[in-house]
Design a protein around this ligand. Sequence first.
Ligand SMILES: CC(C)(COP(=O)(O)OP(=O)(O)OC[C@H]1O[C@@H](n2cnc3c(N)ncnc32)[C@H](O)[C@@H]1OP(=O)(O)O)[C@@H](O)C(=O)NCCC(=O)NCCS
Length: 175
Amino acid sequence: MPSVSAALVRRLTPADAPALRQLRLDALRETPEAFGSSYEEEHTLTLDDIRGWIAPANDSAMFGVFVQDALAGMVGVARQRKLKMRHKAHVWSMYVAPGQRGQGLGRLLMRAAIDHAAGMRGVRRVQLSVTANNDAAFNLYVTLGFEEYGHECEALCVNGVLYDELLMALPLAGK
Ligand SMILES: CC(C)(COP(=O)(O)OP(=O)(O)OC[C@H]1O[C@@H](n2cnc3c(N)ncnc32)[C@H](O)[C@@H]1OP(=O)(O)O)[C@@H](O)C(=O)NCCC(=O)NCCS
């Protein structure tokens, strides 16, 4: 198994659209209960749609972790658009391919997302939601300083099964 030191985290660019599209669809199929969106809604997205996600933008970014030049994980971060909510950024699409888990790649991705949010002027908090039974993701977020601030009952219904979600936030120091 490759070590975390062999992994590269970088911001995704439109050239990464084919690999990102594949990984996103893999994620939605493999762990549908971990995401608000679904394979059924996204498998028709074109490469142009995906390029739109990763086109250069001041207020949003996606990061990928690469192992031997292959995209092994992804995360997105975006600040809220509304004037009254622009002090908050949201993390979405956090995923590491099953064969690459447990070696620190998820932590690298989350650190990149947090650092990016911290670099956005006026952003004071990073927020996310996580399915209540997702111990791996919850533990990762707690070790990075996220705190639970809410619990949404029956937040997702996936194939007829209801899942609660935990709402988590990381206050950015010095902001
Ligand atoms: C959650 C996920 C991104 C973690 O990625 P990863 O690369 O395996 O995580 P890391 O190796 O960086 O682990 C970082 C920390 O997460 C926690 N963690 C990771 N896997 C865990 C597991 N199976 N059980 C408990 N805690 C776990 C630990 O705190 C770990 O720190 P440690 O290694 O010092 O104990 C990955 O499991 C995943 O993609 N899951 C499916 C999709 C998903 O749940 N996305 C999150 C949506 S909110």
